[in-house]
Design a protein around this ligand. Structure first.
Ligand SMILES: Nc1ncnc2c1ncn2[C@@H]1O[C@H](COP(=O)(O)OP(=O)(O)OP(=O)(O)O)[C@@H](O)[C@H]1O
Ligand SMILES: [Mg+2]
Length: 259
């Protein structure tokens, strides 16, 4: 978690959000190039995410859905204008990239594996988003517009665009709507309060989908954030091998080249 105090110009924010900014210190908490995330130090703390128009609609919907299941903080406002703005209450604790968690990788690995299995056991019957459909849709549209980045895993680096697309096309029918997905199951998006789960954030790719998407990113983030691949097998063991099809992870990896 990175928070840098910044000076803001209120006129850069929608008028409806000004009362939340009044007299508050604001910090930059962004993790990616796609969105800007502000922490507003007001009341119990607020997070404000800004991204291109329309791109936070699904995240607002899924955050609200996860909140109803006590898995995320409530959405205070979603404003769509020339840009999208999503205001949520702060989830207690720190995300899993906090040094205290990274310093105990075994506990962290077991914790996020167990949490993921619990999430995947959650009832999703009223979930509004079909993630398999949009996931396959993204592969198709990226392929058509020439977007391809094979820098996903060591294996995908050996794939060219056509080979990755072939794997996606030949296997996409294997993806099932079997669980409630986080959709971006990475350490910065999982919040713990002194090791106790407090909520998920960054739910824009959530919905009903195939568990292997979350399993893929869970293993990926352990390697990426801990700088070693030694936790991968333990992560899968702890999640439960009974539900894991290792070959499906290779299909997801190929499809993620079009993500
Ligand atoms: N409601 C919240 N409560 C606590 N922390 C939050 C909350 N929302 C965001 N954060 C913190 O801000 C960080 C960045 O937010 P978020 O994950 O939503 O955006 P991102 O990863 O930068 O964007 P992208 O959607 O492009 O992946 C999170 O990793 C987390 O540390
Ligand atoms: Mg994030």
């Amino acid at each position: 978690m990175r928070r840098t105090k910044i000076k803001i110009n209120k006129s850069d924010f929608p008028t409806i959000l000004h009362p939340f900014l009044e007299g508050a210190c604001v910090f930059d908490s962004s993790c990616s190039m796609e969105a800007r995330v502000f922490y507003i130090d007001k009341d119990e703390g607020l997070y404000l995410k800004k991204a291109p128009a329309g791109t936070l609609k699904a995240e607002a919907e899924m955050t609200e859905y996860f909140n109803k299941k006590s898995l995320a903080s409530p959405v205070i406002d979603y404003v769509t204008d020339s840009e999208d703005w999503l205001l949520t209450k702060k989830v207690a604790g720190e995300d899993c990239t906090y040094a205290k968690y990274l310093d105990d990788p075994k506990r962290l690995c077991d914790n996020i594996a167990t949490l993921l299995r619990q999430l995947h056991e959650t009832d999703f019957s009223d979930c509004p988003i079909d993630r398999v459909k949009s996931y396959i849709g993204t592969v198709e549209s990226s392929y058509k517009r020439g977007h391809f980045d094979n820098d996903v895993t060591d294996e995908t680096r050996n794939l060219d665009r056509e080979a990755a697309y072939r794997i996606a096309c030949e296997n996409k029918h294997l993806l099932t709507n079997e669980v409630l997905l986080h959709g971006d199951y990475c350490l910065p998006n999982i919040m713990l309060d002194d090791w106790k789960f407090s909520g998920f954030v960054d739910l824009g790719n959530g919905g009903v989908g195939d568990r292997h998407i979350d399993l893929f990113w869970g293993a990926w983030t352990l390697k990426y954030n801990l700088g070693t691949d030694i936790w991968r097998e333990r992560f899968f063991d702890c999640y439960g091998r009974d539900k894991i099809e290792i070959d499906k992870l290779r299909i997801i990896a190929a499809m993620e080249c079009f993500g």
